[in-house]
Design a protein around this ligand. Structure first.
Ligand code: WT7
Length: 651
């Protein structure tokens, strides 16, 4: 692997500044203590964290019940996530937080809203009562399909307050994708908006819900936030405006005393089949994991303004826009629109405007800004920043150094955080006051996380050697299953190595024990930090009547990390291909969403297959990235296919 070679040469080391270490929530001494405790007993470490960082209505009887691969954490404990994110900041020593900003929200057109903890608490209680009024009971699923507006966070917390698991579907997904997810979770109510703002204009969202619900029998009611006032059609009896339901709602709603293992949310993510998996997270362990990691890794203080640029529709938004920050009583910022509107410096102007001190974003965004030039960030006062984070994909050292130099002015520690939808919270990361960083490495596992790298036989590999990233012990934020599919859960994550979680990423460790994540080793692509399954795009393509066969692979891309390349055999022969190009891109957008639209489609009469009929993806990957294929092609069914594929490159 040439990538490993070049990364192994990375020697730059950045030690934590003494000024930072001195004020850190977790200093060297604390961390040494925690690491020692966690090494002796991860359960005792996590129990300590659960006690210190989370408020419980009743204590647990057992820290961990592990019947591989099914884990229960804090068995018998009772708590409420909304209580932890809101009520406890209005009581006792923290009562002053009532008038502290909980959410600073800025809309793309420049409008803004600041919700204090007191106000957010009131809105959440009211909306919880609205949900109850619609017949939503503990355990019922609620689907949220919304733009980045404060009502999205309010709806999540309202669900958590009454024990109705939410399933958030990213607003960029299509009606078809939404329908599949609503049906799989059997959601009772859908919360949406008439639309949102993007690239300077309003876009409609509600029509996709109407289309999706055409094929859903489970949904009784739809709540619509009025954001762009486009007079979206409302179906009487089923659809209600948010503001109308909220008008008379009571602001008193006791938080439900929920079991530690009560489902908090389902979040769909791509895997290696055509069907996305509903990743299930529960209450006590998840909250312990995200609250603890947020406090330690982002070093949150009451004075901070924290901004994570992720959309709440992804797990990063769940754990580190909403739950982690609010459980810590932090000020969390939300921005509705694109980074480049009205100008390419919108993000930097937002940091200056709100005095953002902690900033968490993705490498793909950093690379986009590098290309736009240093003048944009330099034109804004970024001196409020004190800590930077990166997530979603491996950060290349060049992007890391730019982030460090141009955004962090060489004074902000960078935390490169590795985790997944399935892990719930951060797993491998620097601790900013204690761990020296090296560009490109996520450094060390968080205390209590037993990560390792295995070869195919399940042996730990020596330093420098590549292998499969695994986690050997259960952790509190881990997924509890795949909604409705325990077999797939067992097979996907626990079927390769005994009682060991398989992450699906390739990685290696250096001599210091630092982890270097190399990217997915399965048929999952990481496009702009978003996970997309090759099989999903393939099934979308073959569902078009003019497609006989399709194979999808990722090609390295300077900005998005991976670009989607599709090889398609059209039913009408390759001559018909050119005309199909736009149609098929539109078709994938309709089936899944614009994020899955191929960057390139190549038309071919046949796909390279082994004699047993398996598509040779490795070969296609080489062709897509214009690499001379050096791999073994002796099992290739038809050698002429290869030549034709190379010629099929678009002009
Ligand atoms: C996949 C998980 C978890 C937040 C967003 C993505 C990749 C994530 C890093 C990182 C290298 C990373 C992995 C992982 N990934 N963070 N710091 N360094 N790779 O969540 O959609 O569940 O995707 O993102 O490949 O498996 P996700």
């Amino acid at each position: 692997m040439p990538d490993i070679e070049s990364l192994l040469k990375e020697k730059r080391v950045f030690k934590p500044a003494p000024e930072f270490t001195r004020q850190a929530n977790w200093n060297k001494k604390t961390i040494d203590e925690y690491r020692k405790l966690a090494a002796r007993s991860p359960e005792r470490f996590w129990a300590k964290m659960a006690k210190e960082n989370v408020s419980w209505f009743s204590p647990w009887k057992k820290v961990l019940d592990w019947k591989p691969p099914f884990a229960k954490w804090f068995v018998g404990g009772k708590l409420n996530v909304a209580y932890n994110c809101l009520d406890r900041h209005l009581e006792g020593e923290h009562a002053w937080r009532r008038n502290k900003a909980a959410i600073i929200w800025e809309g793309e057109p420049g409008d803004s809203r600041v919700l204090t903890y007191g106000e957010l608490h009131r809105e959440v209680c009211k909306f919880a009562n609205v949900l109850k009024g619609l017949g939503v009971k503990k355990g019922d699923r609620v689907c949220l399909y919304m733009p980045m507006v404060p009502e999205l966070a309010i709806a999540m917390l309202a669900c958590a307050r009454i024990g109705a698991p939410h399933s958030i579907v990213f607003g960029g997904f299509s009606a078809e994708a939404l329908r599949d997810r609503i049906n799989d979770a059997e959601a009772k109510v859908v919360i949406t908006a008439d639309g949102g703002y993007r690239k300077g204009a309003g876009f409609a969202l509600k029509p996709a819900v109407d289309e999706a619900l055409d094929g859903c029998a489970c949904v009784t009611d739809v709540v619509v936030v009025e954001r762009i006032q486009n007079g979206t059609p409302m179906q009487s009896g089923r659809d209600h405006y948010w503001h109308e339901l909220m008008k008379d709602a009571s602001a008193t709603c006791a938080p439900a005393k929920l079991d530690a293992e009560h489902p908090l949310f389902i979040l769909y993510t791509s895997g290696t089949t055509g069907n996305p998996k509903g990743i299930l997270h529960t209450t006590g362990g998840y909250l312990t994991h995200v609250t603890t990691t947020f406090k330690a890794i982002f070093d949150i203080k009451d004075e901070d303004v924290y901004w994570c640029t992720a959309d709440i529709g992804w797990v990063t938004g769940h754990s580190y826009v909403v739950y982690g920050p609010l459980a810590n009583g932090a000020t969390t910022m939300m921005y509705e629109g694109v980074p480049t509107h009205p100008g390419p410096d919108r993000w930097w102007s937002l940091i200056a405007k709100w005095g953002v001190s902690i900033f968490y974003t993705a490498p793909t965004a950093i690379r986009t800004f590098i290309r736009l030039g240093d003048d944009l960030p330099k034109a804004h006062d970024l001196s409020s920043l004190r800590l930077l984070g990166s997530v979603g994909e491996p950060i290349n050292p060049e992007a890391w150094m730019w982030y460090h130099r141009v955004i962090g002015k060489k004074k902000c520690p960078i935390v490169d955080t590795w985790w997944q939808t399935e892990t719930g919270g951060i797993m491998i990361t620097p601790l900013p006051g204690a761990v020296a960083t090296t560009p490109g490495s996520a450094t060390l596992p968080f205390p209590g996380i037993d990560a390792a790298i295995y070869d195919e036989e399940g042996n730990e590999v020596p330093p420098g050697a590549g292998g499969l990233l695994v986690v050997r012990k259960p952790w509190p934020g881990m997924l509890r299953g795949i909604w409705g599919d325990p077999e797939r859960y067992k097979k996907t994550y626990w079927g390769t190595f005994k009682n060991t979680y398989l992450a699906g990423d390739g990685a290696h460790r250096d001599k210091k024990g630092y982890f270097w994540i190399m990217g997915r080793v399965d048929d999952v692509m990481n496009v702009s930090g978003h996970r997309i399954g090759t099989m999903e795009v393939e099934s979308a393509l073959v569902s078009h009547p003019n497609v006989a066969e399709a194979a999808v692979v990722g090609r390295p891309d300077d900005i998005t990390g991976t670009a989607i390349v599709a090889f398609v055999t059209p039913t009408g022969g390759t001559d018909a291909g050119a005309a199909l190009n736009q149609t098929l891109r539109g078709h994938v957008t309709k089936e899944i969403g614009a994020i899955a639209r191929p960057a390139e489609i190549r038309f071919t009469d046949a796909l390279p297959k082994t004699r047993s009929g398996k598509i040779m993806r490795r070969l296609l990957r080489d062709i897509a990235s214009d690499k001379e294929s050096t791999g073994d092609t002796s099992t290739l069914e038809d050698f002429s296919v290869l030549a034709q594929l190379r010629e099929s490159e678009e002009d």
